[in-house]
Design a protein around this ligand. Sequence first.
Ligand SMILES: Cc1cc2nc3c(=O)[nH]c(=O)nc-3n(C[C@H](O)[C@H](O)[C@H](O)COP(=O)(O)OP(=O)(O)OC[C@H]3O[C@@H](n4cnc5c(N)ncnc54)[C@H](O)[C@@H]3O)c2cc1C
Length: 446
Amino acid sequence: MGRPAGRKDLLRLNPWDARRERRSRSRPFRLGSARRTACYDATFGRASHPLARVSDMLETATEPAVDFELTAEQRAVRDAARDFARKAIDPIVEEIDEAQRFPLDEFRQAGELGFLGIIIPEEYGGAGMGYIEYALVISELAQVDPSVGLSVAAHNSLCTNHIYKFGTEEHRRKWVVPLASGEKIGAWSLTEPGAGSDAAGTRSRAEKVDGGWLLNGAKTFTTHGSVGDLCVVFAVTDPDRPRHQNVSAFVLEKGMDGFRPGKKENKLGTRASDTAEVIMENCLVPEDHLLGERGEGFAQALEILDGGRISIAALGLGIAKGAFETALAYSKEREQFGRPISSFQAIQFHLAEMSTRIAAAEALIMAAALEIDDSRPVTRLAAEAKLYAGETAVFCSDLGVQIHGGYGFIKDYRAEKFFRDCKICTIGEGTSEIQRLVIARQLLRG
Ligand SMILES: Cc1cc2nc3c(=O)[nH]c(=O)nc-3n(C[C@H](O)[C@H](O)[C@H](O)COP(=O)(O)OP(=O)(O)OC[C@H]3O[C@@H](n4cnc5c(N)ncnc54)[C@H](O)[C@@H]3O)c2cc1C
């Protein structure tokens, strides 16, 4: 076979659609509320499914190695995320990646479907679900576009969850409600140029003044740093106290004097997820924008990162699955030496290794999600899930390109994009090295 015609159709192949069709005929979709059901039905009628033209290929798709016996509702959530990703995101993936364009309209649609407040209770406009559902959604989005998966993750478990967990009732009404619906876009700024892995090395300052706090400093690598409406920012309020007790968290709103985005980063991967500097220059923040107690910002950040790491693990899982499925499909189509490359043992071993690691990553993520949903300590398990799934994303994306040969190296094939996007999973919300430190610390605790 030469360069295959219509190859992009293959890349849009949805492996489990056929099974889903068999299982869920006429099952109503519900994510938190009837309002969203109506919205979903109106937005994505099944008749307009863009994958209909490749439906004959779907019968040959892989089954997941592990059956987690999802509830009917969890399957509905997963399927809804899959449909949204395939119908709303897939057609624009290449364009938004190339242009580094944040897909604002589609992000708002995700909000209308309940994907921007998944772990937030319904009384604050969320879907009232847990981390199992959350991980399912992020993984499905990432299989189509890791940029969207990353943005949805940062919005949900960093910004929105931080305000929900540590804010007052008034904070929740004022900020969590519009964040959960997607009316407002959330950002969370911890990292600074001099304080990345060493997050307690924060230099941004918040000085107590009449009427509030005066913030000065610069944050780097903030997801939604330039498109965000609300930003949770960490700054030193008590320089004389020990490093882990001197930082506090504040909510900054777009348009506040002295608060502005800095440079938007030009990135290797997840290019459609906005990443920018955040600058504070004599920014006067009202007293009641302080989240929780003064000096507990670092402890809050660690707690938020426990949940956030499960979402980055799910992002890695989705990327690994996407890379695997596209490589598997390609290996059956591509012929060399007069036969499909999937008939070569070397390729089979690559596929077997990818599939095994994906199953293991999925099991770790589900275990971590169960723990956090049951309110049990999850620091070690979340770090283990994030470490393993992140490394699995890189492993599978690398082999995905390898199985595609030269075609994996060019942008006509999603393998190339998974290869670029996967690397964020071993860096964001704590590098792989830092995950190992966190795990080891938990193991060696007295
Ligand atoms: C696309 C993207 C989105 C991001 N979004 C956000 C966001 O929304 N909010 C936010 O606050 N941050 C965000 N970040 C920042 C991210 O969390 C940091 O990049 C990450 O924590 C690493 O920090 P650093 O880049 O300063 O690397 P460094 O800390 O400088 O690390 C450099 C290298 O040294 C290693 N290293 C450092 N310390 C140790 C140690 N003690 N032991 C062993 N090895 C070590 C690291 O593992 C790494 O390999 C984002 C980053 C990217 C790229």
